[in-house]
Design a protein around this ligand. Sequence first.
Ligand SMILES: [Fe+2]
Length: 135
Amino acid sequence: MAFITWNRDLSVKIDSIDDQHKKLIELINDFYENIKNRSNNESISKLLRGMNQYTVEHFDIEEELMKKYGYPDLTVHKKEHDKFVTKVTELEEKFNSGKVIVSFEITSFLKDWWKNHIQVVDQKYSDFFIKSGLK
Ligand SMILES: [Fe+2]
C-alpha cells in the first residue's frame, strides 16, 4: 500500500496543479519505499535532490499563476513555500554531509506538510482561479 495517496479531497480543481501534486506524492512514496528498503545514501541523496527540485519548480508555477491573476494571498502563500524550501534544503545539506539520517519521521513530516498545505493553503485559491478562467 502506498504511503500517501492522492484522492479527491486533495484536489484543487485545477487539473495541471492536481497533476503536479500527484507527481509530488509519487516522489514522496518513492522516497518512503527507499528508506523502508534501506537504500544506499547515494540513492537517497538523488531522490532528495529530485524531490526538492520538483518542489521548487511546482512552487514557481503556482506563484507565477498567482502573480498573473493577481491572487490577493500571494505573499502569505509564498511565505509558506519559502519556509518549506528552506527546511528541505537544510535537510538535504545535512543528509549529504552526514549530519542527519533520513528516517520515517522525515517521511511523515513530508506527508503531513503536503496534506496540510494542499488542503488548507492551496485549496483557498481554487475558487479564485476558476473564477479567473483557469482550468
Ligand atoms: Fe502551494
